[in-house]
Design a protein around this ligand. Structure first.
Ligand SMILES: Nc1nc2c(ncn2[C@@H]2O[C@H](COP(=O)(O)OP(=O)(O)O)[C@@H](O)[C@H]2O)c(=O)[nH]1
Ligand SMILES: [Mg+2]
Length: 453
């Protein structure tokens, strides 16, 4: 996890491109750059150079930049080679670098290893490291902006401010602990009460922001389910704005899951169209239906679609879906084919909304219902991107703050426990920025990065 040898990787995406960047990071790369180009590179300057193979034949003309540590991305020496962007060419350049760097132990980087080094060398904290991966993965403009803000340190600042606030409260408690006779009056101390209230408010705001940030980062798994022919595939096409799924009047047309990612109001929605749920003797369709159930079991939201014209027997199916749902997953019911109803009879069953995948009627309302259900507060000034891990830490910290309050209220001799709870809350917050993080978790986080980052 924390090896010291120099590392190398292609930093750009695989495939043909105008430019392909290879990056090397190590404690001291002067010898390596001399070996590659037979000259000392002036630091932080673009050097137009030719890289040759062992027989002296040119491999590529490229631009090399030598960032001398600690003024670099990783905090070590970094050598950036901007080559022409051909996969074979980059392979040759890599091979040549590995040959010439062999003496110094140059190896191919693990996924995320450059960023890991930046983190270990205190160039960035853990939330910023995660923000780099999230920036690369961002699926909407809002997600890009949120990740960029986290990378600038907005999320870390909020957490550090909160940790500081708790520290101030702890100082107040510890000073009281030295004078046992004053303990009882502790919570009558206006300053202490004020500080505790401030901590709780900040934590609440942090949690709300992180919740929104998680929605923005991960999006929503939305599964379209229902009987055959109710219009699930038509609804997918309507939401996607193109014909991604096959639509026919024949029941059982969709046999496999069809996935499409869209954004609604900046929130990524991963929509899964499924095979219609019914009894069947067709082996292929039965497999498709099994996959529909699998998708339902992993959903954040299931849209249960019925048909305005038929409507019969569907209560059983709905009950069956409700039984299979994972905890925290919600069902939204909609009645499709509103266009086939007479104007006068356009009343949907309770809690359900009439829509028409064909005409687009009710689709806007459907989108808003989804956003309401996930608690999306809309695009917000200063939004950050957050992960499940962050939310878990914040929630654990909140539990300890709540507990701490109980000890303070009980008065007598429990101020030590009060202080202990505060310190536990601090520890969980520290895990977010990586100040107090178990090693195995660190490995897990960085292994999810792409190669060359
Ligand atoms: N009139 C009308 N027909 C629809 C609507 N949505 C779907 N259909 C028709 O219903 C049939 C089945 O649609 P499809 O999307 O394949 O249903 P699925 O089996 O649930 O995926 C097709 O003939 C569609 O054209 C709608 O809103 N109005
Ligand atoms: Mg279908």
């Amino acid at each position: 996890m924390t090896r010291k040898v120099p590392i190398i990787a292609v930093a750009t995406a695989p495939g043909k491109a105008g430019v392909g960047v290879i990056r090397i990071s190590g404690k001291n790369l002067s010898a390596m750059s001399s070996a590659l180009f037979q000259k000392t590179l002036s630091p932080r300057q673009a050097n137009l150079l030719t890289l040759c193979d062992e027989s002296g034949q040119a491999i590529d003309q490229l631009i090399a930049i030598h960032f001398v540590g600690p003024a670099s991305f990783t905090g070590e020496d970094v050598l950036e080679l901007q080559c022409h962007g051909g996969p074979q060419l980059l392979e040759l350049v890599m091979k040549r670098c590995l040959e010439l760097g062999k003496a110094e132990g140059l190896v191919i980087a693990e996924p995320g290893e450059f960023t890991l080094r930046a983190y270990l060398n205190n160039k960035i904290d853990l939330t910023q490291a995660e923000a780099i991966a999230d920036l690369i993965d961002a699926q909407s403009e809002a997600a890009v902006r949120g990740a960029a803000r986290s990378l600038q340190g907005a999320f870390s600042d909020d957490i550090n401010n909160l940790i500081e606030e708790i520290t101030q409260l702890r100082i107040l408690v510890e000073s009281t602990l030295d004078f046992p006779e004053e303990e009882i009056e502790f919570l009558e101390n206006a300053q202490a009460r004020q500080r505790l209230t401030a901590v709780k408010e900040k934590l609440k705001a942090l949690r709300a922001g992180a919740k929104q940030g998680k929605i923005l980062r991960d999006g929503i798994q939305l599964v379209l389910a229902g009987a055959p022919n109710v219009g699930k595939s038509s609804l997918l096409n309507r939401l996607a704005g193109e014909e991604v799924a096959i639509v026919t009047p024949i029941a059982g047309t969709t046999r496999d899951r069809v996935k499409e990612s869209i954004t609604i109001d900046g929130v990524p929605m991963h929509i899964i169209d499924t095979a219609g749920l019914r009894e069947t003797t067709d082996v292929v369709e039965a497999k498709g239906i099994e996959r529909s159930w699998d998708a339902i079991r992993l959903a954040d939201i299931v849209i249960f679609l019925t048909d305005a014209q038929s409507g019969a027997q569907q209560d059983d199916l709905k009950a069956q879906i409700l039984r299979e749902l994972p905890p925290k997953c919600a069902v939204l019911e909609f009645v499709n084919k509103a266009d086939l109803l007479q104007e006068s009879s356009k009343t949907a069953p309770s809690e359900a909304l009439l829509i028409s995948a064909k005409t687009g009627e009710g689709i806007e309302a459907l989108k808003q219902r989804i956003l309401e259900l996930v608690g999306w507060a809309g695009p917000q000034e200063g939004a950050i991107l957050a992960r499940r891990r962050h939310l878990d830490c914040i929630e654990r910290a909140a539990e300890h703050i709540e507990k701490s309050e109980e000890f303070a209220v009980n008065g007598n001799n429990s101020l030590e426990l009060f202080a202990e709870e505060l310190s536990l809350a601090q520890r969980h917050l520290g895990e977010i920025t990586g100040k107090l993080l178990p090693d195995d978790l660190l490995g897990k986080i960085f292994s999810q990065f792409c190669i060359g980052k």
